[in-house]
Design a binder for this molecule. Structure first.
Ligand SMILES: Cc1cc2nc3c(=O)[nH]c(=O)nc-3n(C[C@H](O)[C@H](O)[C@H](O)COP(=O)(O)OP(=O)(O)OC[C@H]3O[C@@H](n4cnc5c(N)ncnc54)[C@H](O)[C@@H]3O)c2cc1C
Length: 502
């Protein structure tokens, strides 16, 4: 050690650590380990749920998220058993100055449910669904997945509008907006949110609804996990039992024509009919015929909430225009449709995506889509155009933070593959595709289809005129930006943060 307290870094030309460095690092890591152990023990003594630290068995499993590209190493994972645990975990995070992430279903492609060197408030054990069939409402725990909700509501002939994969978390999907098979008929998931229980950054428990903390209720309907930990959601449910649904596929050579037909059709189609457009590579498995295996194709995945006769009548012009090369379009229970792609998109794949809202699908944009789709890099890679018109347009731009109420589609370009060696390839393809199409987009993109770190400009563009209002509400409810592992909206400066109510 030199007189200034700096370590002696002199070393021989053979390099390798000096003896001082070895001793120092052993002492340092022993101290770190002791501190880590103390933190774990302290939090463990305060929670009903399980606390997992880096040296505990199950740590690697507990820190895993859906996207295998993400590998973050938190100091602590608090699997909260109830609301009291969440309140305690928030207070603990503040007391120890820990970075905090909130985990619902762990599906966020940017991995925003986990953080490095911080505390994960994991709600995956706060899982329940209570259906009030008479009231047509459903109360859902903060760690529930959509498969749980579909299962519980289907028994009552009901459904809550959600997405297209059943393993996605209710929390993250809802707080970012929520679009899927029922969007055109019943709106976004947030349009069906009636109330939420929220633990704020200072540990206060509040209810957010149209009548209680209305500003907070506005903010959580699209503003993501910026405002607190939502421990429970109350949704309006709708009569949905069996739907007539599934994919129709066409050869990639037909893609431009089918896309042009689709862009005209979907803006005028009845709201009970939803159909998202996709580019895909046909999986080598049933129900697809062998002749189509591994073939790049385009498709529309339909969902009609009505009779088969009505559905066939509606889609007769499409069959006349271009007969599908393959289809799996039939009556099925709604939960079957909502989990149809689960087996293809299992957890543990490499996942990179980029998104835009789209108001107009021009011939030029279509030509670019077809060009990039012909280069789909892997079996799982895809592009989806989700319609967000119909009932979703009945809410206006300022009614919720989800501002693009006049967009017709939410576009997402998705590079996916099981093999980490293909990470760069799928990423480069998705970026190139997105860069080519971005000039034809509406400006922003859906926050739930973004990776981490796309930048403040992207987030501002996405919220548009609603951004400043969100920043002011953030300043009121989370003035120190305690909840910042998300598509972050930093608190606006100079806002009076004293009174929370109202
Ligand atoms: C395969 C797949 C399919 C998808 N399909 C759709 C789709 O059809 N429609 C659609 O709209 N989206 C879809 N998404 C996107 C999805 O909405 C987002 O990835 C969303 O973030 C997932 O929510 P989660 O709870 O599973 O995520 P997590 O990774 O657990 O959390 C993501 C972020 O949400 C916030 N959050 C989570 N839980 C809470 C909570 N209880 N309280 C406060 N904040 C919380 C936090 O900020 C967290 O960082 C899909 C994603 C994947 C990977």
């Amino acid at each position: 050690m030199d007189p200034n307290g700096e370590r002696d870094t002199e070393r021989s030309s053979l390099s390798g650590p000096t003896i001082d460095e070895v001793i120092w690092s052993a002492l340092f890591s022993a101290k770190e380990k002791r501190m880590q152990q103390e933190l774990t023990t302290q939090l463990r003594s305060q929670l009903r749920g399980v606390v997992i630290g880096p040296s505990d068995p199950g740590y690697d499993e507990a820190r895993k998220v859906y996207n295998a590209m993400i590998s973050r190493k938190p100091k602590l994972i608090a699997k909260c058993a109830d609301v009291a645990d969440v309140i305690t975990a928030v207070a603990f995070g503040r007391q120890h100055g820990l970075k905090v992430s909130i985990r619902g279903g762990g599906h966020n492609a940017g991995g925003l449910g986990v953080c490095d060197d911080g505390l994960v408030i994991d709600l995956s054990t706060i899982k329940y669904v209570h259906v009030d069939a008479a009231a047509g409402t459903v109360r859902v725990g903060g760690g529930t997945t959509w498969g749980d909700v579909d299962h519980a509501t289907h028994a009552f002939g009901l459904a809550v509008p959600s997405g297209i994969i059943s393993t996605t978390g209710v929390a993250g999907l809802t707080l970012g907006g929520g679009l899927g098979y029922l969007t055109r008929q019943f709106g976004l998931t947030i349009d069906n949110l009636l109330a939420a229980d929220v633990v704020l950054a200072d540990g206060t428990f509040v209810v957010a609804s149209a009548t209680e903390n209305a500003d907070l209720f506005w903010a959580i309907r699209g503003g993501g996990g910026n405002f607190g930990v939502v421990t429970s959601f109350l949704f309006r449910a709708h009569p949905v039992k069996a739907v007539v649904a599934g994919p129709m596929l066409w050869e990639i050579d037909d893609a431009a024509d089918v896309m042009k037909w689709y862009r005209e059709f979907i803006v005028n189609a009845p709201e009970q009919l939803n159909g998202f457009f996709a580019f895909m590579t046909v999986p080598p498995a049933p129900p697809f015929p062998e002749a189509l295996h591994f073939r790049k194709m385009c498709g529309i995945v339909w969902c009609y909430n009505g009779t088969q006769e009505q559905a066939e009548k509606l889609l007769a012009p499409l069959r006349k225009f271009r007969q599908p090369a393959f289809e799996f379009f039939a009556p099925m229970p709604f939960p079957v449709l909502n989990s149809m792609f689960d087996a293809l998109y299992t957890p543990g794949l490499q996942w990179y995506w980029k998104a835009d809202f789209v108001k107009e699908l021009s011939d030029k944009a279509i030509a670019l889509h077809v060009k990039h789709a012909a280069e789909l890099p892997t079996l799982h890679s895809t592009m989806h155009l989700y319609p967000i018109n119909g009932a979703a347009h009945r809410m206006k731009a300022g009614d919720t933070p989800w501002g693009y109420r006049d967009a017709i589609w939410s576009e997402v370009i998705v590079g996916v593959d099981p093999d980490p060696a293909n990470k760069d390839r799928i990423t480069a393809w998705a970026r190139d595709y997105w860069e080519a199409l971005h000039p034809y987009g509406a400006g922003g993109g859906y926050v739930n289809f973004m990776m981490e770190g796309e930048g403040e400009d992207r987030i501002r563009a996405t919220y548009g005129d609603n951004y400043q209002r969100l920043a002011r509400i953030k300043a009121k409810y989370d003035p120190e930006n305690f909840f910042r592992v998300n598509q972050n909206i930093p608190p606006a400066a100079g806002v009076n943060v004293s009174a929370k109510a109202g």
